[in-house]
Design a protein around this ligand. Structure first.
Ligand code: MIC
Length: 649
């Protein structure tokens, strides 16, 4: 049967299951990616599995998130990760070296391979013709241990690209158009596969921009074919020999299908505070801005900085605007310097920061109160920038540059200059030496654990009856940034669950921690709307609430990675059978759920009895056998421990 690229990649790596949408499948994982903010837990989890070395073809660990060193915590984590990489056989990319996704694409990505990463934007590597999926840290640790990755077979949505992007419109506008069409939940349960004649006009890095923000659509991943553009990208990276062609068969079918004519696109912008609130730039043009920020995994290419440099060349940005440049990597910084682009940016008034994620995740660069910040980053969830009531807009480098010059949101087509031309260089200056290969043998390498690195808490098995208060009721699209925020105050506690749990739901309700602690032993619940837990892969958004006693989350629907993280840490993910029941529940209502063990095992409907209102709500769990086992055991770590004991006996 004729196959599309996604089906080929899945079939090549299928360990078990049927490739029918909705069925659970298991995939062999060739490569893993971890970053520091999730990686410390991954390494602790890997350590807990007691294995000497990773079993993947390649595993790489990047330090790109927790870069500010305001005290010992982040640097201690960096050293811990370095020692763990040496011990477990993982490549280490240290602080200042660059953002994980583009660096991985440049140095390690190979068409046809699978990649599992503890970061939701791992899907960016789909730009090379890889099957690259973001997941919770525990699943990545298991993949490092050679275990397969379990996921429901997604529907494949084919997007046929035609035409060529007009002047002043670039790859970011393509993915913003997809978000305008489908919003932040339109990709849930899907792989987005791009194909068609329009592809020849998009470089591998342009495709990275589009694949990266497939995460914002909620998609399982994004896939591109591996063609000549991928070949020349790998050649420029000195890795031409790793290229192979990967394309859909003639007559390949897609479960869903649509068309996108690149030549019809215009500059687009996502308004506060959701990547799905997309409008043409012209609709919001003229609003005064405080900040214009360029960089991040969503616009990481040399082109993205060069085009900005050429637009602001021989001009000065508006004197009110903070023009923040976050270079992607040491390699790109080197190439921007050699080609003279960096100087143009600095002369125009750029504030140059170190290579890394920086303000994208609220690690500095917070905007002033109530002021507009324009960013080329992938996300603008409320408060993510570090300023509680922020006004973050997401746009292309072209729009960011034009607006930096005028001090107002500006459609770049209205600038009275010619659209600069950028040609991808055939060769780049490569910075290979800054990546540290794993030690040849683990020998006597010890893990360097600073005082802020605490062991993972132990969780008990699920009780047959759960009775507890609804500590919080939230609406649709609640993001993990609202469940467990990032930012300078919180991120340094990523290796310390008791401490980080103090920030749980603090973006929404600062009293959550105190209230939850009163029910830490007996248990509590949270009620949510659609697409609950969208956004990041951070397992802390499950672990920290679980530490505070959260035992069940009842929602209209879940985002994929967060639901699995809840399961991995023994929290029951439940779905309203009747969506209108959401209206009936209020914060502090006490719910009682009985016979949980048998209901989970038999796949029965679970009844939540509202003791306060004397009402009853039917709920579904939709757990597979494997997921049921995890929830019943109090999480995947307990399951792994139990299985080990069994096999050792
Ligand atoms: C993000 O963009 O939200 C992050 C920070 O990269 C997260 C990972 C994390 O929380 O550490 C992600 O995308 O998974």
């Amino acid at each position: 049967m004729a196959k599309n690229v996604s089906q080929k990649l899945i079939a090549e790596h299928l360990v078990s299951g049927k490739m029918q949408p909705g069925e659970e499948i298991a995939l062999k994982i060739d490569q893993t990616l971890t970053q520091d903010a999730t990686g410390t837990l991954v390494m602790l989890e890997f350590e807990a599995m007691d294995l000497p070395r990773v079993k993947t073809e390649l595993s790489a660990q990047y330090v790109d998130h927790n870069l500010l060193q305001t005290d010992f915590k982040n640097p201690d984590d960096h050293l811990f990760l370095r020692s763990a990489c040496q011990k477990f056989g993982v490549w280490y990319s240290g602080p200042g070296n660059g953002v994980s996704h583009p660096v991985h694409m440049e140095r390690f990505g190979i068409p046809g391979k699978t990649l599992l990463g503890s970061d939701s934007h791992t899907c960016a590597a789909g730009s090379l013709g890889m099957l690259a999926i973001g997941a919770g840290g525990l699943e990545v640790a298991l993949a490092m241990a050679g275990e397969p990755f379990y996921v429901n077979m997604p529907q494949i949505m084919g997007v046929r690209l035609t035409g060529k992007l007009p002047a002043w419109v670039s790859a970011k506008d393509v993915i913003l158009e997809m978000l305008r069409r489908h919003d932040v939940h339109g990709g849930v349960g899907k792989i987005i596969e791009y194909y068609g004649p329009g592809l020849q006009n998009l470089s591998a890095m342009d495709r990275h921009v589009i694949a990266n923000m497939g995460a914002e659509l909620g998609a399982t991943t994004t896939v591109f074919p591996s063609d000549k553009r991928v070949k020349s990208f790998l050649e420029a990276q000195g890795r031409g020999e790793t290229w192979c062609e990967l394309k859909a068969d003639i007559n390949a079918q897609y479960d869903l299908h649509e068309e996108l004519d690149l030549s019809k696109l215009e500059p687009l912008i996502a308004c506060p505070s959701s990547p799905g609130k997309v409008l043409p730039v012209t609709d919001v043009a003229g609003r005064e801005i405080y900040q214009s920020m360029v960089g991040s995994s969503a616009n990481p290419g040399m082109r993205d900085f060069a085009i900005v440099a050429m637009i602001v060349d021989n001009r000065r940005v508006h004197d009110r605007v903070s023009f923040d440049i976050n270079p992607t990597s040491r390699q790109i910084l080197t190439n921007l310097t050699r080609k003279g682009y960096l100087d143009k940016l600095i002369q125009a008034g750029a504030r140059l920061h170190q290579s890394g994620c920086n303000g994208c995740i609220g690690m500095g660069q917070a905007p002033a109160t109530g002021r507009i910040s324009l960013r080329t980053v992938p996300r603008n969830f409320p408060g993510r920038s570090g300023t509680k009531e922020d006004q973050v807009y997401l746009c292309s480098p072209e729009t960011a540059a034009a607006s930096a010059l005028t001090g107002k949101i500006t459609d770049p087509r209205t600038l009275e200059i010619e659209y600069p031309q950028f040609r991808e260089p055939h060769k780049q200056e490569l910075k290979l030496s800054t990546l540290m290969p794993p030690a040849k043998s683990s020998g006597d390498i010890t893990l360097e654990k600073g005082p802020n690195i605490k062991p993972l808490p132990n969780f008990e098995v699920l009780n047959d009856t759960l009775e507890g208060p609804v500590l919080l009721k939230v609406g649709d699209n609640t993001s993990t940034d609202e469940i467990l925020p990032a930012g300078t105050r919180v991120l340094p506690f990523r290796s310390n669950i008791p401490e980080i749990s103090k920030f749980t739901f603090s973006q929404i309700d600062e009293s959550y921690y105190e209230r939850a602690m009163q029910h830490q032993k007996s248990g509590s619940l949270v009620v949510g709307g659609k697409n609950y837990g969208q956004g990041s892969s951070r397992e802390h958004a499950a672990l920290a609430p679980r530490y505070l006693g959260l035992r069940a989350v009842i929602v209209k629907s879940f985002a994929r990675i967060h639901r699995q993280n809840l399961i991995n840490f023994g929290i029951l993910p439940l779905i309203f059978q009747i969506e209108a029941d959401w209206e009936k529940i209020e914060q502090n209502d006490v719910l009682r759920l009985e016979n949980l063990c048998s209901a989970l095992k038999n796949g029965d409907v679970i009844e939540a009895v509202n003791q306060t209102k004397k009402q009853c709500y039917p709920l579904e769990h939709r757990l597979t056998k494997r997921q049921t086992e995890s929830v019943l055991a109090g999480g995947l770590i307990n399951v792994t421990r139990k299985n080990k004991k069994v096999s050792a006996a």
